[in-house]
Design a protein around this ligand. Structure first.
Ligand code: PMP
Length: 307
């Protein structure tokens, strides 16, 4: 992925993709204190635009705040950097990856006196859990790994180090032949996927774990709240048990990468009809209308990348 043409924004400069390098003694590489975002740009009816750019940038700054890191750029500069990366790489749509990390000035555990850096890269990226999964639903397994407790790593930070837990869960599930993992919190309640929030539908009501289960406050999760309101669907945030998912009518994952991905099976138990459910389909279709600029009500969520 590193040896290719293109441009990456690094600490205020556009640098050649293959020259966007850091030193092996970079603090974040050793101890995992860093934060990132996953953002998508869509080729909308009005040209390439970034979906909920300001909310993603805000979450990045909040993640940094939680981790006691001071990003040496303003939110406006980080927004502009993301637009510039899409433009410079001539992308019509794609995935954006802003990352903030601690530098290589010193290597004790304490990052005090070290430097904080930021980069933004972007590249084309289709359906994260596969096109077929978007239509038919994916197969998921409850992970043997527990999701982070809210007072161990900070679960509202999209922290680099949190993702070791996601990697372990995802590798275990995919090695066992499933598409993705679902993690339980330290009390045994359903939390989220390795990189997605979870929703279940039962009796026409939409449920999602409340954030005390250690799930990230997903921006797509919030988008689904708006969609449900528009569709007249009640959304309830509550503690959800594993067997409540087994007997749900429908379930789906949400995320910037995963978008709205139906779940057809959990632990080899078919959920509902065992395919994409009708409410999931409606929410999915409303989601794609919004991100592709076909719903004027949410035009303010799309930032055009053209200068
Ligand atoms: N949970 C985790 C652990 C994630 O990595 C993501 C992806 N950022 C999400 C939930 C979904 O968040 P969002 O909708 O903001 O992408």
């Amino acid at each position: 992925m590193s040896d290719r043409d293109g441009k990456i924004w690094m600490d205020g400069q556009m640098v050649e993709w293959r020259d966007a390098k850091i030193h092996v003694l970079t603090h974040t590489l050793h101890y995992g204190c860093g934060a990132f975002e996953g953002v998508r740009a869509y080729n909308t009816v009005n040209g390439p635009a970034i979906f909920r750019l300001q909310e993603h940038t805000e979450r990045l700054f909040n993640s940094a705040k939680i981790l006691r890191m001071k990003i040496p750029f303003t939110q406006e500069q980080v927004n502009e950097a993301q637009c510039a990366v899409i433009r410079e790489n001539k992308l019509e749509s794609g995935y954006l990856r802003p990352l903030t990390w601690i530098g290589d000035k010193k290597l004790g555990v304490s990052p005090k006196g070290n430097t904080v850096h930021l980069m933004v890269a972007a590249w084309p990226w289709g359906a994260y859990l596969g096109e077929e999964g978007m239509q038919r639903g994916i197969r998921v397994k409850i992970s043997s790994y527990t999701r982070h407790h809210v007072n161990i790593t900070m679960t509202q930070a999209k922290a680099v180090s949190n993702y070791t837990n996601s990697i372990l869960a995802n590798m275990e599930a995919t090695d066992d032949g499933y598409d993705e993992a679902m993690l339980l919190d330290a009390n045994g309640f359903v939390s989220e996927g390795a990189g997605e929030n979870l929703f279940v539908v039962k009796g026409g009501v939409v449920y999602t774990p409340d954030l005390s289960a250690g799930a990230l406050n997903g921006i797509t999760r919030n988008t689904v709240f708006h969609i449900c309101k528009d569709l007249g669907l009640e959304v309830v945030q509550k503690r959800i048990t594993r067997d409540e998912v087994y007997i749900s009518d429908e379930a789906f994952f949400t995320g910037t990468a995963a978008e709205v991905t139906p779940i057809r099976e959990l632990d080899r138990i078919e959920l509902g009809s065992g395919s994409r459910g009708p409410i999931t389909e409606k929410i999915q279709s409303a989601f794609f209308d919004i991100v592709n600029g076909r719903n004027p009500k949410y035009a303010h969520w799309l930032t055009k990348v053209s200068a």
